[in-house]
Design a protein. Structure first.
Length: 70
């Protein structure tokens, strides 16, 4: 399913489900300067295009096999 609309920012509590990474991983990537987070009042939001750029920059998986396969 392809999304027709990608928001500019998403609340931190929704970002792990949206991007498939843990909340702690998002914090680590923000601390490393790889993604941007902002405060909007008391809420933290994750800037979507920075996460997408980070994920696109990761190496592609080739010849993936399940961990339990022999």
């Amino acid at each position: 399913m392809k999304a027709d609309f990608i928001p500019v920012a998403v609340p931190l509590e929704d970002a792990p489900r949206m991007f498939g990474v843990s909340r702690s991983h998002l914090y680590r990537m923000s601390k490393a300067g790889r993604i941007d987070m902002r405060k909007v009042g008391r809420k933290t939001v994750v800037i979507t295009d920075t996460v997408v750029a980070y994920l696109r920059g990761l190496p592609a998986v080739t010849n993936a096999t399940p961990k339990n396969s022999k």
